[in-house]
Design a protein around this ligand. Structure first.
Ligand SMILES: Cc1ncc(COP(=O)(O)O)c(C=O)c1O
Length: 397
């Protein structure tokens, strides 16, 4: 038989834990695993602006016919402006945009476009980085390299080591860089390090693919894309993979976009034609529901303002939880340095525990986190935080 040749594949590290969590019968169980935003009640709510735009969309839609290959115009324009901000006027003539099924879709389309260049076919990923980068880039047939990024035990970025490695990467190779709120470390390069990274990319003709999954949830809408705007000024070519999963709460609607920047408008047209052709060969066309909601928000000043305020509330909640968790850990164990928790940004931090410690926490105390000890800060709340702090503080280095 043919299909019998296929072997069972172990569950994805994060999604597999989700299943184990759901099957856990304990009333004490705590989920810090999955990368979705949670509010104080532990819910992942539909954002108010999203609900309003969706209601309007459902009331007013007159057709579900196909979209143009690059997607919803108001969505594509709005996303490009959100990322490029004041530079949009000068950059839009060289920036192609295609709507994609989430940030994952954008990463995969970029990888396929890069592979079509027939150059090095090598992509460098951070050590550590979000687990699915390997899957997405590998599935496009690229060879994977790793650049040093973070020392989990010391809770420190490895800036010098990262720069050293980038300075040796082959010209015309691709590098995935997370623009802000790094997953899983919560640690981003400082402005000076980013500057040096951009300089090296320029000098060595390395093509960056900025992964932007958390704009607005780190330091602010502009702050979180500072490196992308700086790179756009200096580099002739780059990709930006945008996800609307977290900052619009549109996870299951698979909403994202790929920005492909070239030297000029002629190259933009080439890049858009390639992106559309790649998409056609994988999934043909990206779903419209999420992008139409986002376009509805961008096009209505009140909804736009309201959405920005909601993202700000989420951002402030994460920042507050970081301080509270740092204090709760320090209260459990005097002398423990938890300052890194408050300087980090976004939803994730690595606690620096071993896999066996993580397994014991799950099996004995029903506290769930990714095996590399990544926790979702937004999964903490007044009820579970003291329990987590008490369990984790004695284990921390
Ligand atoms: C760093 C990073 N990039 C990209 C994504 C892709 O998200 P999605 O495809 O759900 O929009 C995620 C989601 O968790 C992420 O954490």
């Amino acid at each position: 038989m043919t299909l019998e040749k296929l072997k069972q594949i172990p569950a994805d590290a994060i999604l597999g834990l989700m299943t184990v969590f759901q099957a856990d019968q304990s009333s004490q169980k705590i989920d810090l695993t999955v990368g979705v935003y949670r509010d104080d009640q532990g819910r992942t709510p539909v954002m108010r602006a999203v609900a309003a735009a969706e209601k309007r969309l459902v009331e007013n839609q007159s057709s579900k016919s196909y979209l143009p290959p690059l997607g919803v115009a108001g969505f594509r324009d709005g996303i490009r402006k959100m990322v490029l901000g004041p530079q949009d006027d000068s950059m839009s003539p060289r920036t192609g945009v295609i709507q994609t099924p989430g940030g994952c879709g954008a990463l995969r389309v970029a990888a396929e476009m890069y592979r079509r260049t027939g150059t090095e076919e090598i992509v460098s990923l951070g050590g550590a980085t979000w687990g699915n980068h390997r899957g997405l880039m590998g599935a496009a047939g690229l060879a994977l390299e790793t650049y040093p990024y973070y020392d989990a035990a010391a809770h420190e970025i490895l800036a010098d080591e990262m720069l050293e490695k980038i300075s040796k990467l082959p010209p015309q190779s691709l590098i995935v860089l997370q623009a802000s709120s790094h997953n899983p470390t919560g640690t981003d390069p400082d402005a000076d390090t980013w500057d040096k990274v951009i300089e090296l990319l320029e000098e060595r003709n390395i093509l960056p693919l900025f992964d932007l999954a958390y704009q607005g949830l780190g330091d602010g809408f502009d702050e979180d894309v500072a490196v992308i705007r700086a790179a756009a000024e200096r580099l002739p070519e780059m990709f930006v993979a945008v996800s609307c999963s977290k900052n619009f709460g549109l996870y299951r609607e698979r909403t994202g976009a790929l920005l492909a920047m070239g030297r000029d408008s002629a190259q933009k047209s080439v890049l858009e034609s390639q992106a559309a052709n790649v998409a056609r060969g994988i999934y043909s066309m990206s779903p419209a529901h999420g992008p139409l909601i986002v376009a509805g928000i961008f096009e209505d000043p009140d909804l736009h303002q309201g959405w920005q305020e909601e993202v700000q509330e989420m951002r402030e909640r994460i920042t507050r939880l970081r301080s509270e968790f740092a204090a709760a850990l320090a209260a459990e164990r005097s002398g423990l340095d938890t300052s890194w928790l408050t300087t980090q940004r976004g939803m994730f931090s690595l606690l620096g525990l071993s896999e066996s410690q993580v397994d014991t926490l799950r099996e004995d105390q029903h506290i769930y986190m990714v095996r590399d000890s990544r926790i979702n800060i937004a999964g903490l709340d007044g009820g579970n935080m003291p329990i987590v702090a008490k369990a984790v503080a004695p284990l921390m280095a």
